[in-house]
Design a protein around this ligand. Sequence first.
Ligand code: URQ
Ligand code: ZN
Ligand code: ZN
Length: 561
Amino acid sequence: MVDNDVYVEDGVVKQVGRNLIIPGGTRVIDARGKYVIPGGIDPHTHMQLEFMGTVSADDFYQGTKAALAGGTTMIIDFVIPKKGESLIEAYRSWREKADEKVCCDYALHVAVTWWSDRVKEEMEQLCKNDGVNSFKMFMAYKDTFMLRDHELYGVFDHCKQLGAIAQVHAENGDIIAENTKKLLARGVTGPEGHALSRPEDVESEAVNRACVIANQVSCPLYVVHVMSKSAGAMLASARNNGYKVYGETVAAALGTDGSNHRHASWRHAAGYVMSPPLRDDPTTPDALMEFLAKDILQVTGSDNCTFTASQKSLGQDNFSKIPNGVNGVEDRMSVIWEKGVHSGKMDPARFVAITSTNAAKIFNIYPRKGCISVGSDADIVIWDPNKTRIISAKTHHQAVDFNIFEGMECHGVPEYVIVNGRVCVDEGDLKAVQGHGNFIPTPVFPPYVYNMVKNREEEKVSNSVSRNNVENDIGGTAESKPSTPTPVHEPTVVASQAPEPRLTTPSSKGQRNLQDSTFSISGESPNGLHEQESVEMDDTAPRSCIRVKNPPGGQSSGSFW
Ligand code: URQ
Ligand code: ZN
Ligand code: ZN
């Protein structure tokens, strides 16, 4: 742990260290007794998504406002084109929806819901021209988003060539469709039918299948919303086999479970309908949190895709018509702090890794995002580990009239949330600004992912056997001498490590230090990864702070006074 101050100017971290020399007029924020952490990154949201006959309730304004309230300072949303629709046109319409509304920075994944040479071409253009480096493929939602295995093979292969991240929604869409027909025919129409139609092994089978297909073409794979113990176990096995695969789980799966599907209130039960479903096994949330602590899973998102009671009632006679999705963008950080850190399963550094840094590294926006280093964007949260809050739809900032964590008490509350240098949560008061956020391009070939990708194609070719006189051999005339296999080359492993940012300590020469500092910012973690800064305050120490400065003579985008 390192004792340091942080100095921010013009929305950027300018100094991290002790005895900082800072100009007069700088606002000082006292972080005594708190953690100073990188703003949360939620890599899985669906704001104002047109889906299942309606549009998700949180738009890009209210959804990002709610994100800030909970300590998340960047989201990555999904462009989801209809089958046959241009990916580029869909991307443009998402940009139009989001750019003027977002209160924090955002990026975009693009879903590949159909496959053709045109889609292939548009994927390349999105990577080269539009700052997209990740594509999501659905193995479920038959007839709307679902791709077949041979299509997945082609898309994964193309993602590998582009240096992009392939994401999958891993459920077997054919089994779900057949189960749904059978359940409805037997008169099971309530929300419990949703979970019955897609049990855990329908998810874990697809996780395994996606890992196998991606590995055939050496494509790094990111499995979104891992919802079950068995799916997590599949990922553990794939990673043990050396597959380049990452796993994400979501706040809902960490904070609640599938027992709610059988609630007497239809509205309540339908409010928990998402895919893959929340699991009945009550040990699932703890097991998934353990997977995160052990790096079997690496990332947490929210999959925030909210629908009001009237929207959910579209499926009141048929569970397969209930719009799938739940809340999470506002409560993700507190739920994970409560269930992960306060419960003793992980330390604050791991909390920062799974709520911010790992997403930044995988989607190639580190160290601009996901850390507090000189040159990083000033997306900073002062986190009070001891403060508690009760989660409720009555007090949350989301547009939806339901909260799947209703009544849950959580330790861990953001006291200040700084977005590109602007204080948007100030002593707990939300001061979000519509349009303050920017689109953040995500470049291809993230070093964190692609530096160590074995080239399996080369490995296969090098395992081929050269034979001569096959015709004679088949005719039986050639003497049968053993073929001479071509030597097996070691798979090409490009091992280079992206330079990890180092904390710089400004020279202590010059003016006296304006403030004593007792920050402690973690540096390297034991496994050599540069874990994110968490600053632990010592109550007895003299005061410590973040200092933020307007440019001389003017307001900066992140105005401090
Ligand atoms: O499948 C998804 O990720 C989107 C459509 C949100 N809905 C959901 O239930 N997860
Ligand atoms: Zn999904
Ligand atoms: Zn989703």
